[in-house]
Ligand binder design. Structure first.
Ligand code: NAD
Length: 507
């Protein structure tokens, strides 16, 4: 493709982004040094201003002030804001999904799925607003009642990653708002436009239901802008999604001020394929998990641990499936693998592939760059690499579509390989042997352990998160809401005596 054609195409994408923002009701940002780009062509979409530390400070101040009244609104009434947000998301799902495709490079169905995930978590939060239950326990003292009550926490700082630019925000924000918290959001500097769109929809929902729009603040910029949020003692909970490196920087800072952290960091996810596996199903699950979103999900499948008796057969079938994966413009129908986010991701992938070969690995297929829309965009064929052992390189997360294949002979060995990495996000086993499946579910050390499905594509109803270097946080469904509230234990004496616990007599 000639340079001029690509430039014209980039201009069209920029115009389209502007039009989408307009139809989502967003005011176009003032131009500034933060340039939103599209990985589809590598071209610029819009330049935006970056928030200064003083502006971040003011945004936290507005959220802290709004918290004082928002906390007193009954939770089921607070849910009215989330309900209206969900309705607006339904109405605008196509536009928002297209903006996600433009900024994050997701193929249409995955971008729409991400918006659906936002709607799902809003519905969950609405129901949750009537279920913020506390327990009541029998008191050891006569005429006493012992119970736990849950209270809003305060300002929640949300730092999010580029690869789920809207869903992760919704996981945090929908739950935080029904819990009575207010939110300051620092999205990835790579996806500022989708953030602007979400912020606009939330503010509009607030205006329409008569809620204080200041319950949500958006700050834009890179990690240095995020670090103002990290250091501010008014931020009661910092929910940070991104790389292990980012988590290792922010977590000690929040701990030093005795704040709370909810960390959703990198993964290095594995699937075990046992001799009894339904290979047809396994191939489909593996290809979606490893190549979907061009390997740029936190839950992307990065390590395949195959029983040696079926390894050759499975690798052949995977190579055949990989050969048929359409790589291309994610806005085009039928494309399954879109671009990498930027040149840095491409370089990291190429470095990992040469490192793997140097360590005795064999590239079965993929890894090469594909020219789809010129030199500023980075499209690759997903790579399948057989490795002789789980080397240091395999133990690292490379945020690109590389699937390392390892073999095993005994199930204990396979589980040890699964657990033998610093991260602990997602894992799965393909087997028809129930004993083996149960053994895996008991011993996988990950926050997510699946049977006969891949590692990616979680539902919002379960708690989402991982162990070890993934950070230990849980978001989304189940009882994850507890991270967004504080618990008080209450003892109420309705007797005329003052008995002490443990039978103590005092004076
Ligand atoms: P990243 O760590 O580069 O950036 C994530 C966010 O952190 C961005 O908003 C960035 O500006 C901010 N940030 C970076 N340094 C900071 C600092 N010192 N202080 C405050 N904020 C800072 O990650 P990325 O490249 O955007 O996303 C990919 C990574 O995120 C992968 O490792 C992936 O596995 C992980 N991820 C994890 C989950 C999960 O739920 N576990 C979900 C999505 C992505």
């Amino acid at each position: 493709m000639t340079q001029t054609v690509t430039e014209n195409f980039s201009e069209q994408l920029a115009l389209r982004a502007g039009a989408l923002l307009h139809s989502l009701g967003a005011t176009l940002p003032d131009p500034g040094p933060l340039v939103a780009r599209t990985p589809i062509s590598g071209g610029a979409l819009l330049p935006l201003t970056v928030d200064t530390p003083a502006e971040v400070d003011a945004a936290i101040g507005r959220a802290a002030t709004a918290f004082e009244s928002w906390r007193t609104v009954p939770a089921p009434v607070r849910a009215g804001l989330v309900r209206r947000l969900a309705q607006l998301l339904v109405t605008h799902s196509d536009e928002l999904a297209e903006l996600v495709s433009l900024e994050a490079g997701k193929i249409g169905p995955e971008a729409l799925g991400e918006v659906q995930e936002m709607i799902d978590v809003c519905e969950f939060a609405i129901g949750l607003s009537r279920q913020l239950y506390g327990a009541t326990m029998p008191s050891e003292r006569p005429g006493h009642r012992l119970m736990e009550t849950w209270h809003p926490l305060g300002v929640v700082g949300v730092i999010s990653a580029f690869n789920f630019p809207v869903a992760v925000w919704a996981w945090n924000t929908a739950i935080a708002l029904v819990c009575g918290d207010t939110v300051v959001w620092k999205p990835s500097e790579t996806t500022p436009l989708t953030a602007l769109a979400c912020h606009t929809l939330l503010r509009r929902a607030a205006a329409e239901v008569g809620a204080d729009p200041e319950v949500h603040q958006l700050i834009q910029g890179d990690g240095s802008v995020g670090s103002v949020l990290v250091d501010d003692p008014r931020v009661a909970l910092l929910s940070a999604t991104g790389s292990v490196r980012m988590g290792a920087t922010v977590a000690p800072k929040v701990a030093a001020r005795f704040g709370r952290c909810l960390l959703e960091l990198g993964g290095n996810n594995a699937a075990i394929v046992a001799p009894s596996a339904d290979l047809e199903l396994a191939v489909r699950g593996i290809v979606f998990s490893a190549a979907g979103t061009a390997g740029q999900r936190c839950t992307s499948l990065r390590r395949l641990i195959v029983h040696s008796s079926i390894a050759d057969q499975l690798v052949d079938r995977l190579a055949a499936a990989y050969g048929q994966l359409p790589v291309g413009n994610p806005l085009d129908d039928g494309v399954l693998v879109g671009p990498l986010i930027n040149e840095r991701a491409f370089t990291a992938m190429q470095d990992a592939l040469s490192g793997a070969v140097a360590q005795g690995g064999e590239i079965v297929c993929g890894g090469e760059r594909v020219d789809v829309l010129g030199p500023e965009s980075y499209y690759v064929r997903p790579a399948l690499v057989r490795m002789p052992a789980q080397t240091e390189l395999v133990r690292e997360e490379t945020f690109a579509p590389i699937l390392y294949v390892l073999t095993y002979d005994e199930i204990d060995e396979a589980i040890a390989l699964n657990n033998g990495v610093p991260q602990g996000l997602s894992s799965s086993i393909f087997t028809l042997d129930q004993r083996e499946a149960e053994q895996f579910l008991t011993h996988s050390d990950c926050g997510i352990a699946n049977v006969n499905i891949g590692t990616s594509g979680a539902e919002i109803g379960g708690a989402f998160g991982g162990e070890k270097n993934t950070g230990g946080g849980r978001e989304s469904g189940s009882d994850s809401w507890k991270a967004y509230m504080r618990r008080a234990t209450n003892t109420i004496n309705y007797s005329t005596e003052l008995p002490l616990a443990q039978g103590i007599h005092f004076g």
